[in-house]
Design a protein around this ligand. Structure first.
Ligand SMILES: Cc1cc2nc3c(=O)[nH]c(=O)nc-3n(C[C@H](O)[C@H](O)[C@H](O)COP(=O)(O)OP(=O)(O)OC[C@H]3O[C@@H](n4cnc5c(N)ncnc54)[C@H](O)[C@@H]3O)c2cc1C
Length: 476
């Protein structure tokens, strides 16, 4: 999973700390590779690591304790050594994993089981965790303002605040929280959507929407449609319907399934064979409007024909953007929301340092950045490592790695017991200064991620191992 950067890590330790430091570190890096589906216990029973005295110093502040931020904080200690002061700013005491959260909807997992705490960051890696939100950044004076009024100075700042959701289709944030949940940030909305599904009548109708790309987790909405279809036809009758309103358009007008944003082969198979007659996939829809009280959904199909349907449950996944990138948001106010439509933070992908004027020493990783990589948890973990590697090199007076490599692996449940997968390796294209999908170790135009030939129970088991390993790499 993290081969490229684990290799980098080994090189880094050899370079900065000597081989003995690696030996000292390795026994503390145990993490689960079993198939249990539990989050962490919230306890931090493991002992502190003994990081090397690298001679590097400085105030490192990481904002956001999710997939990207936690990985960055941990690896700053592992690769940067004992002299760094590392602070994580995160308001929530428990992070609920989005990954696997679609399995809450069919009752396979619980929201509680997907909870991870930041205890190990403090006890094992000596990271100061501050329970507050970032509210303003002063890039000129390298200082943050937090929600409790405190100021926090930094020498290097790593922003990993994830995404926020737009009021869309006539809905408000209150609607999302109370009656038409998007559940695209795992937590109470996931439970609300699960409860609504469990209460559906026999042979009822579920409608979900998919926003135009880019959005968080390209295969995630299509996976959700599969799991809901599987749950409804198993528990609520074969006459149940899952209507998928996708705002993305087919790339081939003759094949509607070419609108699918990831794992097109797997989801085409799922919609036309495995869940045929239940999933009604409608790409290229426009003008979606949702009444939060009656749940009536109106839209125009790609042939220009208007429709209205009134399902029992509606699940809008609204367009989203980097957290803090609204007109008055802190990312915008600091001039860092300089990506497409002012919704994302543009970065130099060699270091994930912001390209905004005056933002020296400010890095943006995870879903909030615009870097050419998919918005995914596995990728966020990779971005964090590329970023930390670049920071440690910079503190050592070196340039970033000129040829970073990242990979993405993703498993998608198709039913309650089978899954497909998708994987890709990304290499730096120095001409276009972006990541491109690599093919056979070389950059090949048109190379694509590889996906499973078919869904299987073996893939489902491997998915659990992949998930536990990824979460362990971040939180353990
Ligand atoms: C249903 C679903 C399924 C998914 N499945 C997969 C999958 O199978 N594989 C995969 O790789 N990815 C998957 N993803 C995508 C993955 O969850 C995200 O890409 C990943 O979480 C992004 O990491 P992040 O650190 O950028 O954001 P997050 O993980 O969302 O973390 C952001 C953190 O920042 C904090 N924060 C926000 N604002 C502030 C502030 N002002 N101050 C301080 N802290 C702040 C938040 O509280 C949060 O803890 C899925 C997503 C969904 C919704």
């Amino acid at each position: 999973m993290t081969q490229a950067h684990n290799t980098l890590a080994r090189r880094r330790w050899l370079m900065l700390a000597g081989a003995s430091a690696i030996t000292a570190l390795v026994p503390t890096l145990g993490w689960s590779d079993g198939d249990e589906d539990e989050g962490d216990s919230g306890s931090s029973s493991t002992t502190a690591i003994s990081p090397a005295a690298t001679g590097l110093t400085g105030r490192m502040v990481v904002v956001g304790g999710g997939m990207a931020g936690v990985t960055a904080a941990k690896y700053l200690r592992l690769w940067g050594g004992s002299g760094l002061t590392i602070t994580l700013v995160e308001p929530a005491t428990t992070y609920v994993s989005n990954i696997m959260s679609n399995l809450v909807l069919n009752g396979s997992r619980t929201v509680t089981s997907l909870g991870y705490t930041h205890g190990n960051l403090t006890s094992k890696y000596g990271v100061n965790v501050v329970r507050a939100s970032l509210t303003a950044i002063d890039t000129a004076n390298k200082s943050l303002t937090l929600s409790d009024g405190a100021s926090l100075p930094y020498d290097r700042l790593v922003l990993a605040p994830g995404v926020e959701f737009e009021d869309a289709y006539g809905l408000t944030q209150t609607d999302y929280e109370t009656r038409t949940p998007h559940a695209w940030r795992a937590g109470p909305q996931t439970q609300l959507l699960r409860d609504q599904l469990a209460a559906m009548p026999s042979n009822g109708t579920f409608v979900m929407t998919i926003p135009k790309a880019p959005y968080r987790c390209p295969p995630g909405p299509y996976e959700r449609a599969c799991l809901v279809a599987d749950f409804l036809k198993t528990h609520k009758g074969a006459g149940s319907k899952v209507i998928v309103l996708d705002e993305n358009f087919p790339t081939d007008a003759a094949n509607p399934y070419t609108a699918i944003q990831a794992e097109a082969h797997s989801f085409t198979q799922a919609y036309t064979v495995t869940h045929a007659g239940v999933v009604d996939y409608q790409p290229g829809v426009t003008d979606i409007a949702i009444d939060p009280v009656t749940k009536a959904v109106s839209y125009t199909d790609r042939m220009g024909v208007p429709h209205t349907v009134t399902p029992q449950v509606v699940n809008p996944i609204p367009p989203h953007r980097a957290t803090g990138s609204s007109a008055t948001g802190w990312l915008t106010q600091a001039g860092l929301a300089n990506g497409a439509s002012g919704k994302w933070a543009l970065v130099n992908v060699l270091s994930f340092e912001s390209t905004a004027a005056g933002a020296t020493g400010v890095h943006v990783i995870g879903d909030a950045s615009q870097c050419g990589l998919p918005k995914a948890g596995h990728v966020a973990n990779q971005e964090a490592k590329i970023c930390v590697d670049a920071i440690v090199r910079a503190l050592s007076g070196q340039q970033p790695d000129p040829a970073p490599v990242a990979n993405s692996a993703c498993y998608s449940p198709i039913t309650a017991s089978t899954a497909s997968w998708l994987t890709a390796v990304y290499q730096y294209d120095s001409v276009n200064k972006k990541f491109v999908v690599a093919n056979n170790g070389g950059v090949t135009a048109g190379a694509k991620p590889v996906e499973a030939a078919s869904a299987s129970s073996q893939n489902f088991q491997q998915m659990n191992t992949w998930f536990n390993t990824l979460m362990g790499d971040a939180f353990a």
